[in-house]
Design a protein around this ligand. Structure first.
Ligand code: NAD
Length: 358
């Protein structure tokens, strides 16, 4: 089967790291039998500049037809003052929502070679391997009503709604139980059930689902405690499942445990295994176009794409192993380097991974 891959480079360092993903795809095709077509389309600020829309119809149509989407990053200060629906971020939120990409998988894995780059002591993060499963298309980021208003005294006010229907909770819950099942069979559901009605429903549904997964041990934790435990003893976790807002914050916390946000891939999946794959980091306008961006989060996202949407787990293993071996050689981009290592740029790191795959 020829895989139809859509590439959305986006803004800032997005195009820099997208070039390295292309380089790796070409090697996987010429040396390891990956059969694919690549369609590159605009999204985010780059699309706003051309058409005034952060998610043009043609880009959305291409994404709908794709087997998988590789997404760089979007955003930049020049669009921060635009009306909300004409900002790059609206394009990304719409894309996730239109494609029904409800399950966001964010592995936080510490490559042992980078233990010293972690914000925590190396003993605390040794062997770190946590998977955070975040609900991505519901909760407070999408809940209605949401608006600005004024109160009875004429002061400015604003409100958002955190809402989940039981089917939305069950859908992400099942995805998380399935993911935990092929890992260490421990699932921690994170909520705020001591305060929020929506979290009490979340907890009830997770408990009901547990009956279908007797081989997975389900525990619950309040989000404030989970934030503390993630930095105190992250290795107590195997798989975490949580809602959109809590997952957004906890996954960035987990990101720092691994040394650099430039190392963290993610997958956002629909109900049929189609997915969008993107680094966790943003468009890093401060280093865009300077050959200083770490392309490894993008390349590791490509590996997740091979595993979850292209049924080529063998290629995912190859790419992940190549990343480990290049780090073993002491090659580093500036964000993960210390004084004794060889510092290279975005293209140097991409080329080293590609060479390792030959
Ligand atoms: P950011 O992740 O872009 O950057 C935070 C810091 O990390 C910066 O110092 C940056 O240089 C560094 N960094 C990020 N990725 C790196 C990489 N691959 N290699 C080396 N260093 C890296 O976050 P920010 O500065 O808060 O946001 C910048 C823009 O990105 C904003 O417009 C924001 O809205 C957007 N954003 C987009 C996404 C996305 O596309 N999914 C996610 C988050 C933020």
């Amino acid at each position: 089967m020829t895989a139809n891959i859509v590439l959305m480079p986006g803004d800032g360092i997005g195009p820099d790291i997208a070039d390295e993903a292309k380089r790796v795809l070409e090697i996987l095709a010429t040396h390891h039998g990956l059969d694919y077509t690549l369609n590159t389309v605009d999204v985010g600020g780059a699309a706003i500049e051309k058409s005034g829309d952060p998610l043009p119809d043609a880009s959305l149509a291409a994404a709908r037809e794709a087997d998988a989407i590789l997404f760089g990053a979007i955003g930049g200060p020049q669009w921060d003052t635009q009306p909300r629906d004409q900002r790059p971020e609206s394009g990304l939120l719409r894309l996730r929502s239109e494609l029904g990409l409800f399950a966001n998988l964010r592995p936080a894995i510490l490559f042992p070679q980078l233990a010293e780059a972690s914000a925590l002591k190396s003993g605390v993060v040794a062997n770190l391997d946590v998977l955070i499963v975040r609900e991505l298309t519901g909760g407070i980021y999408f809940g209605k009503p949401a608006d600005k208003c004024s109160n009875a005294q004429g002061q400015r006010a604003a409100y958002n709604t955190m809402r989940y229907d039981e089917s939305e909770i069950a859908r992400i819950g099942r995805a998380a139980f399935e993911a935990a099942r092929v890992r260490n069979k421990r699932l921690c559901s994170v909520d705020k059930a001591n305060v929020l009605h929506v979290s009490q429903l979340w907890r009830d549904v997770m408990n009901e689902l547990a009956a279908d997964y007797p081989d997975v041990q389900l525990t619950h934790m309040y989000v404030d405690n989970a934030a503390m435990q993630l930095v105190r003893d992250p290795n107590q976790f195997d798989t975490i499942v949580t809602g959109n807002l809590f997952g957004d914050i906890l996954s960035d916390t987990a990101a720092m445990l691994t040394g650099s946000i430039g190392m963290l891939p993610s997958a956002s999946l629909d109900a049929h295994g189609k997915g969008m794959y993107e680094p966790v980091h943003g468009s890093a306008p401060d280093i865009a176009g300077t050959d200083r961006a770490n392309p490894l989060a993008m390349i590791l996202s490509l590996a997740m794409m091979c595993r979850y949407s292209l049924a080529r787990g063998d290629l995912a293993d190859r790419v992940e192993s190549a990343v480990g071996r290049v780090l073993d050689m002491g090659l580093r981009t500036p964000d993960i380097a210390n004084s004794s290592e060889t510092v290279t740029g975005t293209s140097g790191m991409g080329a080293a991974i590609a060479d390792m795959l030959i």
